[in-house]
Design a protein around this ligand. Structure first.
Ligand code: C5P
Length: 216
């Protein structure tokens, strides 16, 4: 069995859902790398930091405490922000702070620390290309922008957030653009990754495809 499984891909491809389910079935710890960028972006907005000012963003990033629990909760300075950071605004804030090399270095160090001695499934944008290039199994999940926006929209609606499909689609497309075009550790298909297009596939189908890869 692989020790490190990476799942990368664009926004809303189902990475978190898949990572969570794989962790549950195979006994891995789920490292949601996006949650760290989201928590930092969210903390910046609470503190009124200028997202274009690296020094301000760094000082926020270094002054907060982020925890990822076994149950999949995101704790920021002792407060549960798991759902608060998933709003479209949270994705925007995350991708703004994720442009900075210095912020990425802080996050990567934290992730490597959290992973120590554990069997992990990590989902993100650069998990297989940059954070854990030595990973045993690398997956790249993708789907059409419309399908990805639809899934995210439905999940947010289910959670009681008042957003429109158009708003979610726009946010997803803009964010992919920003993630693919940033200079440091951009979104790419990692070398050696297995690409799975989930358009029109059920969660169960995707999970069983990945389960086969884990067992082989
Ligand atoms: O995966 P999630 O949608 O939660 O990620 C939010 C944002 O955080 C991404 O759009 C991206 O800008 C950033 N991110 C990143 N590298 C990762 C994970 C997330 O740059 N490994």
């Amino acid at each position: 069995e692989p020790m490190i499984i990476t799942i990368d891909g664009p926004a809303g491809a189902g990475k978190s859902t898949v990572a969570k389910e794989i962790s549950r079935r195979f006994g891995y710890f789920h490292l949601d790398s996006g949650a760290l960028y989201r928590a930092i972006g969210y903390a910046c907005s609470l503190k009124g930091a200028d997202l274009n000012n690296l020094q301000e963003v760094i000082s926020v990033a270094k002054s907060i405490k982020i925890e990822l629990t076994e149950e999949g909760k995101v704790i920021l300075n002792g407060r549960d922000v798991t759902w608060e950071i998933r709003k479209p605004e949270g994705g925007y804030l995350a991708s703004q702070v994720a442009r900075f090399k210095e912020i990425r270095e802080v996050v990567v160090e934290l992730l490597r620390e959290m992973a120590k001695g554990k069997k992990i499934v990590i989902d993100g944008r650069d998990a297989g290309s940059y954070i854990f290039p030595e990973a045993d199994l690398k997956i790249y999940l993708t789907a059409t922008p419309e399908e990805r926006a639809k899934r995210r929209y439905e999940e947010l609606k289910k959670r009681g957030f008042n957003v429109s499909y158009e708003e979610v689609l726009k946010e997803v497309v803009e964010r992919d653009e920003r993630d693919r075009n940033r200079p440091f550790a951009p979104l790419v298909v990692p070398e050696g990754a297995i690409v799975i297009d989930t358009t029109g596939k059920s969660l169960e189908t995707v999970i069983s495809e990945i389960s086969q890869l884990i067992k082989n």
